[in-house]
Design a protein around this ligand. Structure first.
Ligand code: ADP
Length: 218
């Protein structure tokens, strides 16, 4: 049997989650109280239904409890997002991911059983800012409040040097976890690995160390 996911709220974020899940080959039930939104996704997802997710009976009838993972992608209506999450938790849904609008919203969501909370706008803002600050940084991922991972083009300053010569670990405290070179992937590169200008380095480190590393090799 295919894995089953449900997405509640078909705004830009919820809609894009639906499309990505379908591409991953899973079944998706899409729910929105707005009929126009539901019609927009009818041909994309497995099932699309008009329902108010703050109505416990409506969720019960949809058999929401049987879904492996429910994503609450309700945007501005924080009250509806919180109530929906609470109902899902009470109905016994095992995995609940919720989009948070702000830190207060997140605090409440943690208390009422959301397993995972996402901040798409905030995270995307941080990723784009790193890209804007350094022309070589392609992507940025926060892994905790102190550590992050960046994808960074090697650039001319690194060309034909080894990781030891670049002092990545000794001077910057950063770890190059992998190097993408065209279609090739060099995982856990050795210290004597030579870097080429167009290599894409995947680097893990503390935020301040990553920042120094980005600036040094920009
Ligand atoms: P985004 O910022 O991702 O575009 P929006 O706030 O525009 O998010 O969209 C949220 C969606 O959630 C809207 O389509 C809205 O109709 C839907 N929605 C809001 N409250 C409920 C609810 N109680 N039940 C079902 N859908 C809801």
């Amino acid at each position: 049997m295919k894995r089953q996911f449900a997405v509640i709220g078909l705004g830009r974020f919820g809609g894009s989650v639906c499309c990505a899940l379908i591409e991953q080959g899973v079944e998706v039930l899409a729910i929105d109280q707005c009929e126009a939104k539901v019609n927009q996704y009818r041909d994309v997802v497995t099932h699309a239904v008009v329902a108010d997710s703050t109505d416990e009976q409506a969720l019960r009838h949809l058999g929401i409890r049987n879904f492996e993972h429910v994503i609450v992608a309700i945007g501005d209506n924080i009250q509806a997002s919180i109530l929906t999450t609470l109902i899902l938790d009470e109905l016994g849904v095992e995995h609940i991911t919720v989009k948070a609008q702000n830190d207060y919203h997140e605090k409440v969501l943690v208390k009422i059983g959301a397993e995972r909370i996402v901040h798409p706008e905030r995270d995307m803002g941080a990723r784009i800012a790193h890209h804007l600050m350094s022309k070589n940084v392609l992507d940025y991922l926060e892994v905790s409040d102190k550590y992050s991972i960046i994808e960074m083009f090697a650039g001319s300053k690194m060309h034909a040097k080894t990781l030891v010569e670049l002092n990545v670990r000794a001077s910057f405290g950063c770890n190059v976890m992998a190097i993408k070179r065209g279609a090739e992937m060099i995982v856990s590169p050795k210290a004597d690995q030579l870097i080429q200008q167009d290599d894409l380095l995947i680097v893990l480190g503390a935020d301040e160390d990553i920042k120094r590393f980005e600036q040094m090799f920009d």
